[in-house]
Design a protein around this ligand. Structure first.
Ligand SMILES: Cc1ncc(COP(=O)(O)O)c(C=O)c1O
Length: 414
């Protein structure tokens, strides 16, 4: 059973037990590397977000960019007020997966005169990233179109690492605070139905969201009174782990009192991150002369953030569970020639053996989304554990994925 409102540690215990029941006994028929997604975790996360947001009158959207797998998008669409997408391609794919009725919200700095028609065709809401793009739409767009919102950089940051911080000074994401204040004090026909901000990244506090809304209510009260919606973005984790909940609830009440009809939020990571794991097997154990190294049949190209941000994912090793101290230490590495292809250092009670399965936790978001078949190691296969606990293979890796990437129509010159 997957508990809602559990701590991260309790959640990982629940997931490990579920893997033990539904996956470990099936390992002989599983191809690794693989991603496995647990339906029950996604549903528990949806329950948790909805039971917090629904009484507040805040509508939940799923931001599809961390994981756009069709069964995930469909599961989220069934229980949310819509899907947030971030490129014309993602918008077209999600529309194709869901058909015509589920509202699509499009938010991207990549919106341009060249792709506007494609976006306008499939999206119901478009959050424009800049005043120049808004002016272009004002001047060029007259036909039926999606509702338009303006993305604002409120300047209230939560991410400590500036590489992750959409609200940093100089950010490309949204109209900067000073320019927004000037614009809002001068504009007579704003041409927009909504405002949007997204300032978070794996945030567990509402402090910056409260500060952002308070600032908006100070500088844009007359505009807010006529708006159909405000979208407060995503980037925040499960409600049970959030700080400043009371302030947040009070501030949402004040925003509604300003006259805004709908308030949206669009987390992605918080809904899907712990629902997905990367499954690998140890294929070789090497004595490097200064320590032991375990090679697995995956690589950091299957989980790029572990490499880019120097982050060792939590690891579940059935039958030889990771310990904090003592035991046998290994550097767990990927199978490519990249020297930096390292998942992390882990300790185990017993020496590792070839074939030992590893489950890397918290890789449901942005891992498969950004995975690459570096050096011809194919993308991982995909499995799903249904609510009933059944392990289902949903996609096999194909050599053609890799071939299509590199083969071209080029004709060599003599
Ligand atoms: C506009 C917007 N909304 C929502 C999200 C989802 O953020 P997260 O996956 O951190 O919840 C992102 C992520 O980049 C985003 O850019």
């Amino acid at each position: 059973m997957i508990r809602t409102e559990a701590s991260d540690e309790e959640r990982q215990d629940d997931i490990n037990q579920c893997l033990e029941r539904s996956f470990v006994s099936e390992l002989t028929r599983v191809d690794t590397p693989a991603f496995v997604y647990l339906d029950a975790v996604l549903e528990a996360n949806l329950d948790e977000y909805l039971s917090f947001l629904t009484p507040l009158g805040v509508d939940l959207l799923y931001s599809a960019k961390p994981c756009t797998l069709d069964f995930v998008v469909r599961a989220c669409a069934r229980r949310t007020a819509g899907i947030d997408v971030s490129s014309p391609g993602e918008a077209q794919l999600v529309r194709e997966i869901l058909g015509g009725t589920v509202p699509l919200h499009f938010t991207s700095p990549g919106l341009s005169a060249r792709n506007w028609d494609v976006v306008a065709d499939v999206a119901d809401y478009v959050n424009v990233n800049s005043l120049s793009m808004l002016e272009w739409l004002h001047a060029n767009e007259s036909g039926p179109r999606p509702r338009l919102g303006l993305r604002v950089n409120t300047g209230h940051s939560v991410a400590a690492d500036t590489r992750y911080d959409p609200a940093r000074p100089g950010s490309k994401l949204g109209v900067p605070p000073v320019l927004f204040e000037e614009w809002v004090s001068e504009v007579s026909d704003s041409f927009i139905s909504g405002l949007h901000f997204h300032i978070g990244c794996e945030s567990s506090t509402y402090g910056a969201t409260v500060a952002s809304l308070t600032w908006l209510m100070q500088v844009a009260a007359p505009l807010l009174a006529g708006l159909e919606y405000v979208n407060i973005g995503g980037g925040w984790l499960r409600p049970s782990g959030m700080d400043d909940l009371d302030d947040f609830c009070a501030t949402i009440g004040k925003l509604r009192a300003c006259g805004v009809q709908s308030i949206f939020t669009e987390p992605g990571t918080g809904l899907i991150r712990d629902a997905g794991l990367l499954v690998t097997r140890v294929t070789d154990v090497i004595d490097s002369g200064v320590g032991m190294v375990a090679v697995v049949d995956s690589h950091v190209g299957h989980a790029p953030e572990t490499f880019e941000y120097d982050w060792a994912p939590d690891l579940y090793a059935p039958g030889n569970e990771v310990i904090a101290e003592g035991g046998y230490e290994y550097e767990v590495v990927g199978c490519t020639p990249l020297a930096g292809d390292i998942f992390g250092r882990y300790r185990f009670p017993r020496p590792l053996e070839i074939g030992q399965p590893f489950f890397f936790h918290l890789l449901g978001a942005y891992a498969f989304a950004r995975a690459a078949p570096f050096t011809g190691v194919l993308l991982p296969s995909l499995y799903r554990i249904t609510q009933a606990g059944e392990l289902v293979a949903v996609k096999d890796p194909e050599f053609s994925w890799y071939r299509d990437l590199w083969r071209t129509n080029a004709i060599d010159q003599a």
